[in-house]
Design a binder for this molecule. Structure first.
Ligand SMILES: Nc1nc2c(c(=O)[nH]1)N[C@H]1C(S)=C(S)[C@@H](COP(=O)(O)OP(=O)(O)OC[C@H]3O[C@@H](n4cnc5c(=O)[nH]c(N)nc54)[C@H](O)[C@@H]3O)O[C@H]1N2
Ligand SMILES: Nc1nc2c(c(=O)[nH]1)N[C@H]1C(S)=C(S)[C@@H](COP(=O)(O)OP(=O)(O)OC[C@H]3O[C@@H](n4cnc5c(=O)[nH]c(N)nc54)[C@H](O)[C@@H]3O)O[C@H]1N2
Ligand code: SF4
Ligand SMILES: [Mo]
Length: 656
């Protein structure tokens, strides 16, 4: 039998899935996936039947022997023991009742493990209590704030419009690892003769999607974009019809012309030939001569000046005439919930205070009054946040911590109560994508193992047990309400049948160069920071630690059972350029360590030609428990805008 569902992992795909269920009598006991097979849905216009290794692994992952299938409560012996739902939920409710008059001592942290309409349940519960919550983002915060500053709101052309591009400039989006389906579109367009320029420090898997490359200094994008804008300005090549649609043009022009091209290129380790290449791409001198689309990866904004980099790339797209037109555009990202009505949780109440995510360990340590109750769901902050060991200690120091999880992660193992949640394929949900405008309905197609429950029912279970219970809507009501927006014309019943729908959004963003700011104009940045503020830890630590994503992980989640936690204990392999100066000083016959001022980790070193010599590449996703979380080495550094985390500005060195 086949059923439709969808993948709600933190990924732009938001794939529609075809789940092949076994006949009951078959009884495939030896199959780690229980006889269930996951394939792509060929009817889905964006994902076109293609599903990644993580999606294919979902069926086996839910049956992993490492899965938590009963509530766990920490006993007097200090260990976690199985408990009934009633015991575990009543304990949580009793702790909340005791603190209800001081909501600032209750902290709720929801992560990126999954999203959707029903996923808002924990936000609803804790907003209703007026509890504290997080501020900022570990993911896309700087770039989001940059797009808001430029356009007035984040938006880009529809994903289908990319097919109309005559050329593409890819600023570090990893088309093979993070954006499989976008990669397939680019591959098809290249077959039709559309050229792609890739700009990155290297180490991505973009070679198969690239005609020309610029290897840039990590964090240097704003200088390269500024150099290209400077050329446009020096050549008087910005039409008045465009400059008239901007705010701050004269100041911006003077600011850039005051810098020399050579100075800007030196600041990003690019050559004059690199600049020529970028200018040809942006000025429609390649391909069929139509507009150029620009893709902005999220890696380039994980820097202290990450927001500024996104702002200068956006400005280049605008001033070169590639914004507000079909085939052009600056594709950074959209809010995955923007076409859904998720207001039910937000309306429930306001937080007592907020905690900056990038500095969570420090903020918890200095909180006054202290946090006494911590609830974490869909989040593994102890391995994914900067300053991870300090955060581990801070979480341990909280009187009472509840983690809603499917696995004993770095965070869950520090909880007082672990509540076992359902996973993809097991729970119902409606959600969108941070890249395309399709909405997915994920049907529950596999049974929840053991005593596992839907996150929605877990939050509701606590709400009902409070001395003054918080009324919860029905699931169905939340799902129906989610579809009640001007962008959707689909009933819940129709959506359940098709598995997906497309939100009505203009195909071209910012058409007519009308922007979302009250003055309708594009806002140009008023500063270009030439300072070395992005040298976070200079001197003895010369290399940028770039923690790039791994093809078979989604953040700290892995597709295959057993991969984590049990098997991943060998030292991580990191990559450096063969000409990296650090290599000459190392004795490869002895153990090698990657060190920052915050920690030290044994590693294996592998040379990788083509990457910037001042970088070390390390896959992200590993757990602290196995000495494999890069965040043991990473300091809390906030980005210039949007309260993001500047992971890639962490400096490290290799040593014996
Ligand atoms: N397989 C897989 N897919 C995923 C995820 C995963 O963990 N695994 N995670 C998902 C999530 S949460 C996110 S946020 C997205 C992220 O998706 P991406 O934005 O594609 O990738 P990141 O790993 O965040 O950033 C690394 C990329 O940024 C480039 N880069 C690094 N520094 C610079 C720079 O200074 N300038 C330029 N131009 N490029 C730079 C690197 O070369 C690399 O291509 O992927 C999503 N998809
Ligand atoms: N060094 C370094 N660290 C980084 C980054 C980096 O570039 N470098 N990137 C950052 C980025 S882009 C992101 S988005 C964050 C992501 O960090 P997290 O938000 O922690 O993301 P995940 O690891 O995907 O998911 C967290 C947990 O959600 C659980 N989960 C899965 N499904 C469900 C569910 O249905 N219900 C519940 N309750 N839990 C579920 C998973 O088991 C997993 O342990 O990490 C950041 N960390
Ligand atoms: S991880 Fe992304 S690409 Fe893979 S199945 Fe899920 S949504 Fe699709
Ligand atoms: Mo992310």
């Amino acid at each position: 039998m086949q059923r439709l569902s969808a993948c709600s992992l933190d990924c732009h795909g938001a794939c529609s899935l075809v789940v092949h269920l076994p006949d009951e009598e078959t009884g495939l006991h030896d199959d780690p996936a229980g006889g269930v097979r996951v394939t792509g849905n060929p009817d889905h216009p964006f994902t076109r039947g293609v599903v990644c290794v993580k999606g294919r692994g979902l069926a086996a992952r839910r049956l992993s022997p490492d899965r938590i299938t009963t509530p766990l409560v920490r006993g007097a012996d200090g260990a976690l023991h199985p408990a009934t739902w009633d015991e575990a939920l009543s304990l949580c409710a009793a702790k909340l009742d005791a603190l209800r008059h001081t909501p600032e001592s209750i902290l709720h942290l929801r992560g990126f493990g999954y999203r959707g309409a029903l996923a808002e349940a924990s936000n609803y519960l804790f907003n209703s209590l007026g509890a504290a919550c997080k501020r900022g983002s570990l993911c896309d915060g700087a770039g989001d704030a940059a797009c808001e500053a430029d356009f007035g709101a984040p938006d880009h052309n529809d994903s289908d419009d990319l097919a109309n591009a005559a050329a593409i400039v890819n600023w570090g989006k990893d088309l093979a690892r993070s954006a499989l389906h976008l990669g397939l579109m680019v591959r098809d367009a290249r077959k039709r003769g559309m050229p792609v320029l890739t700009i990155s420090p290297g180490g991505d898997d973009n070679d198969a999607f690239t005609d020309a490359r610029i290897r840039i200094r990590p964090g240097g994008d704003r200088f390269l974009a500024a150099a290209a804008i400077r050329r446009l300005l020096a050549d008087d090549a910005v039409p008045q019809a465009i400059s008239n649609r901007t705010r701050g043009f004269e100041h911006f022009r003077a600011m850039l012309l005051a810098r020399s091209e050579a100075e800007l290129l030196a600041a990003c380790d690019a050559t004059p030939a690199d600049l020529d290449t970028l200018c040809r791409w942006m000025r429609r001198e390649v391909g069929s001569g139509g507009p150029t689309a620009s893709l902005l990866g999220w890696g380039l904004q994980r820097y202290l000046r990450g927001g500024e980099s996104v702002r200068f790339i956006n400005a280049l797209v605008m001033l070169s005439g590639n914004l507000g037109v079909s085939g052009g555009g600056a594709y950074y990202g959209i809010s995955s919930g923007r076409s859904l009505n998720l207001s039910w949780s937000k309306k429930a109440g306001r937080p007592a205070r907020t905690f900056l995510l990038s500095h969570l360990a420090r903020e918890l340590a200095k909180a006054d009054p202290p946090v006494r109750f911590l609830w974490v769901d869909a989040f593994n902050p102890v391995s994914q946040s900067p300053d991870a060991p300090a955060l581990a200690r801070a979480v341990e120091a909280v009187d009472f911590t509840v983690v809603v999880e499917a696995f004993l992660t770095d965070t869950a193992r520090r909880a007082d109560v672990v509540l076992p949640c359902a996973l993809v394929l097991e729970r119902e949900e409606i959600f969108g994508s941070a890249y395309h405008n399709y909405i997915a309905y994920a049907a529950p197609v596999c049974p929840m193992p053991g005593q596992v429950r839907h996150d929605f029912d877990i939050a509701r279970g606590v709400a009902q047990r409070l001395a003054r219970p918080i009324p919860f809507p029905e699931r169905e009501e939340v799902l129906r309400q989610a579809l009640h927006t001007p962008h959707l014309e689909v009933s819940l019943e129709e959506l359940k049948t098709t598995g997906w729908t497309k939100a009505k959004r203009p195909s071209v963003a910012w058409e007519g160069l009308r922007f979302a700011h009250p003055d309708g104009l594009y806002h140009l940045p008023d500063a270009l920071h030439m300072d070395v503020a992005d040298v976070a830890t200079p001197g003895d630590y010369p290399l940028h630690l770039l923690t790039l994503l791994a093809p078979d992980y989604v953040n700290s989640q892995v597709p295959l059972p057993g991969r984590q936690p049990a098997d991943d204990t060998a030292p991580l392999t990191v990559q450096v350029a063969p000409e990296c100066p650090a290599l000459t000083a190392l004795d490869m016959g002895r153990p090698v360590y990657l060190a920052s001022p915050h920690g030290r980790m044994p590693v294996r070193v592998q040379p990788l030609p083509g990457i910037h010599p001042r970088t070390v590449l390390m896959p992200r996703g590993g757990w602290l428990a196995h000495g494999r979380s890069p965040n043991a080495l990473i300091a809390p550094l906030a980005t210039d805008m949007g309260d993001g985390a500047a992971y890639y500005d962490q400096r490290v060195r290799l040593e014996n």
